[in-house]
Design a protein around this ligand. Structure first.
Ligand SMILES: Nc1ncnc2c1ncn2[C@@H]1O[C@H](COP(=O)(O)OP(=O)(O)OP(=O)(O)O)[C@@H](O)[C@H]1O
Length: 245
């Protein structure tokens, strides 16, 4: 197969914990030598029980957390620590991920403005981004608390896409939504993936959600990748190993 779009190689992550009143320190190994390659245009799911390291890996891939060990590559070139426009993240709880004091227009326009990606009128740019995720452009003047959960999730996706990423990392992006809205957001992600040729990394504790969207599924357990399979082949995986503890 050709060069992956993105490659995380031998990633490990330890967190230092301060325990109790004596502040004794201990180390928690959240990721242990994880490698993952993503090819352009594919949708890969990561499933695993609570605490298996999914969010830690997502944040490292997105450059929001420097790993204790390991390297990231973009089209074969080693990436320095830190975020980059080509990789964006959509978070579980759009309510807390979106600045409550910023209007939707500002939430969407801020990063592309800084990166010089808005060439014409800024409100037209925002309207286009909102329409693309199925939102009425008039919502641009609202604050996050004036939106429904589903609308906030769409704003979170619009904000991530506004800087034209090639890789979208979704960390439990639909977990906080009710089932009907979840299905709508999954369909939107599917449609955007096709339209924009996105590569998707979709993290969830729910195998059903992952199978809806992804061709390939990676299973994590105790900070390691223990299985990689085509999504359809994971039908028989014990649900208990995926449920939240
Ligand atoms: N900032 C942090 N400081 C210390 N420990 C952390 C930190 N973030 C995560 N951990 C620990 O690292 C391990 C992996 O956590 P992580 O959130 O990556 O797992 P997860 O699979 O995403 O879990 P969940 O499905 O519950 O979100 C857990 O034991 C967690 O308690």
């Amino acid at each position: 197969m050709n060069e992956p779009l993105f490659h995380a190689r031998n990633i490990s992550q330890s967190y230092i914990l301060a325990n109790g009143w004596r502040q004794r320190r201990s180390t928690l190994q959240a990721l242990d030598d994880v490698s993952l390659a993503l090819h352009a245009g594919e949708a890969v799911g990561i499933v695993g029980e609570s605490g298996s390291g999914k969010s830690t890996l997502a944040r490292i891939i997105a450059g929001l957390l420097p790993p204790t060990a390991g390297e990231r590559f973009w089209q074969g070139q080693r990436l320095p620590d830190g975020p980059r426009d080509g990789i964006q993240m959509v978070f579980q709880d759009a309510a807390s991920a979106l600045n409550p004091r910023a209007r939707v227009a500002e939430l969407i326009a801020e990063a592309p403005r800084i990166h010089g990606l808005i060439t014409g009128d800024e409100s037209d740019f925002v309207a286009t981004q909102l329409s693309r995720v199925g939102l009425d452009p008039q919502l641009a003047q609202r604050y996050p608390h004036q939106l429904s959960g589903g609308q906030r999730a769409r704003v979170g996706i619009a904000r991530a896409l506004a800087v034209k990423p090639q890789l979208l990392v979704c960390d439990e992006a639909v977990a906080a939504l009710d089932v009907l809205i979840q299905a709508q957001i999954l369909n939107l992600l599917q449609q955007l993936r096709r339209e924009l040729g996105l590569t998707l990394l979709f993290i969830s504790h729910d195998l059903g959600v992952v199978r809806h969207l992804c061709e390939r599924v990676v299973v994590m357990h105790h900070g390691r990748i223990v299985e990689t399979a085509a999504a359809g082949q994971l039908v028989g995986l014990p649900q208990a190993s995926l449920s939240r503890s």
